[in-house]
Ligand binder design. Structure first.
Ligand SMILES: [Zn+2]
Length: 898
């Protein structure tokens, strides 16, 4: 079901067409004119359901030899729908025996013509069906006239109105299966096409797509934009963005660059950063791939209400406005921008020029772009801690998801587009990216690069599979990668490695790497990494030796370690080359706790702190011990990445403490200790530093006492100033949200005052969160009603802000009072065809650290209902995390030290 109100699907035949009379039984009768081929085809007859199955996509690939589209679209500033006409110049492989279906979700079909002649059709709200009797012969121009509602959920053609100046902006977002919400066509990646677009739009608008316009003709209040035929590519990366954007122009060694943003956001955009990062990435990729940028220009469009971070539409990439800060960015935030720019650009080659055949190879796209973006930054940017950030972000995401019950092999069957939607996750991006990082180390850097380059050259403008990719790498490196592929791509699960060593007379007598696997995924893998040996020297704990090692199987003897000075700390994944969880030996743990701040390499400290919190997550180390250790040791830390990691886990610890069943006095003491420490760090951090911003952000998550809330309110009012800390509008909103979360002071008035000053879209979204977070039944009831019953009145971005804010960890009793209502809406949400909302709904199952919390989710999962893949995955993970939380609570309660 389409959730855009009056244009809801279910429109069967258009009233315009009297000829629309083909009944399903007639369709079947037509199919019955049987040959062996027809029988094979009829086995794959299309379900009357949303989405596209792999089986059906295969059938259609057999039907269609080639297709190109001419598309005319009319968009306007007002109105709920746009209109269009598409002509699909289609060449069939043979005379059709089966009906032809054309994907088109949630629109209205005005008429269908084949070679200029009106023909009957059937439309079920998901796709149009034309009987083969109207498609005799091999080549046809199939024209469809249609209308479609603009979307408000960020998919298809999304319409946004700026509350500040009333201007309207539109953009498209399609992956994996929403291009058919812009125009009827064959929406599968292996039916690549040329697109010839023309657009009628308000006269002060820019219109952006994969090519630059040929001409723009003024026709009164509208302009008619005519574009030349594009290159050949898949429809999920086609695009149409429009609006009165502010534009900046530049040039990357002959490639014309443009950057677009809404007019009211333009003052906050830093075009110098955008263009510098863009040029550096182009410089790196063109050289690395040895393939010139394959398209004619490169536009980057910053758009509102965007669901993901960014999207690699051919030559017209879209970015979420979250990459624009209304204050000064930290270096980490600037690097995140550089990273996403490089990621989307890598897709121009990997994904856009060479495209996976079907969604089972989504990882080929995403893992590659993830790895390549980091490599580009490491090799050609101002940032010198790229791999530390990779470790902190991408790898932790991957490790986390690989230990969840929903982990999966990187390469996995994807039966339909709903399943594809569920796979944009930490395995596809993070683990895939991490093992690609391992590959050049394993195969040789230049061999890897050559293999990639040959792959791109050989398959330009075509589709590819995993075998194509591995084949090219293996050939370039002269290595058989079958075993590697089996271990890494076809099997899920995270291995743990641990070093064990003996010393004699101050020297290592033996050092072994032990590898283990989880019971559910008993695969041991082969990897190349380094073992780091650390010893105290001159008052510092320094890396005395890094020994390269390729380990395999359960036990690998590191012969080269023999005779080295007996180490105080052994880190078996020095430099973070391996994808494995590290279990430190006891000697190393003891020395680490004594010497964490003596370790001179920040990356090592980062990895050791992470190991420590891993032990908490695994319920091996009581959380209170971690909190004490952090408070006693993190105060002198100066490396920004370590500070980010420690402050993140102190915030996480605070939230877990809200949920644990435990002694209240102990909880109060620990939470107060965290609040005090974080506030102290905020005071002590150098003026204007990134550390100061980091501690501020954690402070707004852990402030709860009257004293801290008073400080927060005084900061907001400007009555308290921390030297160097400039509060940008978003930081102000985090203080206002905190006030509302604690019902502190003039919390309601604070929202009104801020909105009066700043009525921007972002401010309005923050105001929703600030209201929804209040610990009052009234606020919960109102926003649950909006989310579950009145969601057509809101855009998805608003619902997301509300859902995220609704039940913070300390509001468990309010959650329990409302959970039945959330569960009661499940059937309705589950049967909706808007996968985007399913993700938002899943956020209404927050951490619930109780037996009841585990049971509630189990009841849904065990009910035998067929759940949307995204929802099923979210609920399975929720059950697991609720259970882990219970285990962590047990660890803290078993600990008598506190
Ligand atoms: Zn990507």
């Amino acid at each position: 079901m389409n959730r855009s109100g009056k244009f809801a699907v279910g429109v069967l035949c258009s009233a315009v067409l009297a000829a629309c009379s083909l009944e399903p039984n007639q369709l079947q009768a037509t199919a019955g004119t049987s040959t062996a081929h027809a029988l094979a085809e009829s086995a794959a007859a299309r379900d009357n359901a949303p989405g596209l199955s792999e089986q059906y996509a295969k059938l259609r690939k057999q039907q269609i030899a080639q297709v190109d589209y001419k598309l005319s679209v009319t968009i306007a500033k007002t109105g709920e729908a746009f209109s269009g006409r598409v002509i699909a110049d289609t060449q069939f492989r043979r005379n059709l025996l089966q009906p032809l279906t054309i994907d088109f979700a949630g629109g209205e079909v005005r008429g269908v013509q084949v070679d200029g002649k009106t023909v009957p059709f059937e439309y079920n709200g998901h796709f149009i069906t034309i009987s083969p009797e109207h498609l005799k012969g091999r080549k046809h121009a199939i024209a469809v006239d249609y209308t479609h509602a603009y979307s408000s959920n960020g998919s298809g053609l999304h319409r946004f109105q700026d509350p500040v100046d009333g201007e309207v902006y539109m953009y498209t977002d399609f992956e994996p299966y929403d291009a058919n919400r812009l125009f009827p066509h064959f929406d599968q990646p292996n039916l690549k096409a040329h697109y010839t677009l023309d657009v009628t739009a308000p006269k002060d608008w820019s219109v952006i797509t994969s090519v630059r316009e040929k001409n723009v003709e003024q026709k009164g209040e509208v302009n008619h934009w005519v574009f030349p035929q594009s290159q050949k590519f898949s429809s999920y990366i086609f695009s149409l963005h429009a609006g009165p954007f502010h534009v900046w122009e530049n040039d990357a060694d002959g490639i014309p660059l443009r950057l677009f943003a809404r007019k009211t956001l333009a003052e906050y955009v830093k075009p110098n950063d955008w263009f510098t990062f863009t040029k550096q990435s182009f410089e790196f990729f063109q050289k690395y791939f040895e393939v010139d940028y394959p398209f004619v220009k490169y536009d980057q469009v910053i758009v509102p209400d965007f669901n993901a971070g960014a999207m690699e539409n051919v030559a017209a990439v879209t970015f979420s406005e979250r990459y624009v800060s209304r204050g000064d960015k930290t270096q980490a935030e600037r690097m995140r921008l550089a990273n996403v720019i490089a990621h989307e650009m890598a897709h121009m080659w990997f994904g856009d020029l060479v495209t996976m055949n079907w969604w089972d190879d989504l990882w080929l796209n995403e893992s590659f772009a993830t790895y390549m973006a980091n490599l580009a930054l490491a090799e050609n940017s101002e940032f010198d801690d790229v791999w530390e950030n990779f470790y902190l972000g991408t790898k932790q995401w991957a490790y986390g998801e690989d230990q969840l019950p929903t982990t999966h092999a990187i390469q996995l069957p994807v039966q339909n587009t709903d399943e594809a939607f569920a796979n944009f996750d930490g395995i596809t991006y993070g683990k895939g990216g991490s093992i690609l990082k391992q590959l050049p180390y394993y195969l040789g850097k230049e061999e890897f690069r050559k293999g990639v380059s040959n792959y791109l050259k050989d398959l330009s403008y075509k589709n590819s599979t995993l075998d194509d990719f591995m084949g090219h790498l293996g050939k370039a490196a002269g290595k058989d990668l079958d075993q590697w592929q089996q271990q890494w791509l076809y099997n899920a699960g995270l291995n743990t490695i641990a070093a064990s060593f003996q010393c004699k007379d101050g020297k290592i007598a033996s050092l072994t790497i032990k590898q283990s696997a989880p019971a559910d995924y008993p695969v041991l893998r082969e990897q190349r990494t380094q073992v780091g040996l650390y010893n105290m020297a001159g008052g510092k704990m320094v890396l005395s030796k890094a020994i390269p090692v390729t380990y395999a199987g359960a036990s690998t003897e590191v012969a080269a370690a023999k005779g080295e000075a007996c180490p105080q700390i052994v880190y078996p994944n020095e430099g973070d080359w391996a994808f494995a969880k590290v279990n430190l030996d006891k000697v190393s743990v003891d020395n680490m706790s004594k010497h964490i701040n003596d370790i001179d390499k920040p990356f090592t400290r980062l990895m050791l702190w992470q190991s420590l919190f891993d032990s908490v997550s695994d319920a091996k180390l009581p959380l209170d011990e971690f909190v004490s250790f952090a408070i006693n040791n993190a105060g002198v830390e100066t490396d920004i990445n370590v500070i980010r990691l420690v402050s993140r886990y102190l915030g996480t610890s605070y939230a877990f403490l809200d949920q644990f069943q435990m002694d209240d006095a102990k909880r109060t003491r620990l939470q107060l200790a965290i609040e005090t420490f974080v506030w102290d760090q905020l005071q002590k951090a150098p003026a204007g530093s990134d550390a100061q911003k980091t501690w501020f952000s954690t402070f707004t998550g852990v402030a709860h006492t009257n004293k801290a809330l008073t400080n927060a309110r005084n900061l907001l009012r400007g009555e308290l100033v921390i030297d160097g800390l400039k509060l940008d509008p978003d930081m102000r909103w985090s203080l206002i949200t905190l006030q509302n979360q604690r019902l502190f002071g003039d919390y309601a008035q604070a929202i009104k005052t801020e909105l009066a000053k700043d009525n921007s879209d972002r401010s309005q979204l923050n105001a929703i969160a600030a209201e929804a977070i209040r610990p009052q039944q009234e606020a919960k009831a109102k926003w649950l009603e909006n989310l579950l019953e009145k969601r057509d009145n809101f855009k998805l971005a608003q619902l997301k802000y509300a859902a995220d804010a609704l039940f913070p960890t300390e509001q468990g009793s309010l959650y329990n009072a409302n959970v039945e209502r959330v569960i009661a809406a499940l059937d309705d949400v589950n049967s909706s065809d808007a996968s985007e909302f399913v993700g938002t709904y899943a956020r209404l199952f927050p951490l619930n650290c109780s037996d009841k919390g585990v049971q509630q989710v189990s009841d849904i999962l065990d009910s035998g209902k067929t759940l949307n893949p995204l929802l099923e995955k979210a609920l399975k993970n929720r059950r697991f995390k609720n259970q882990s939380c219970l285990d962590m609570a047990e660890a803290i309660n078993g600990n008598t030290a506190g």
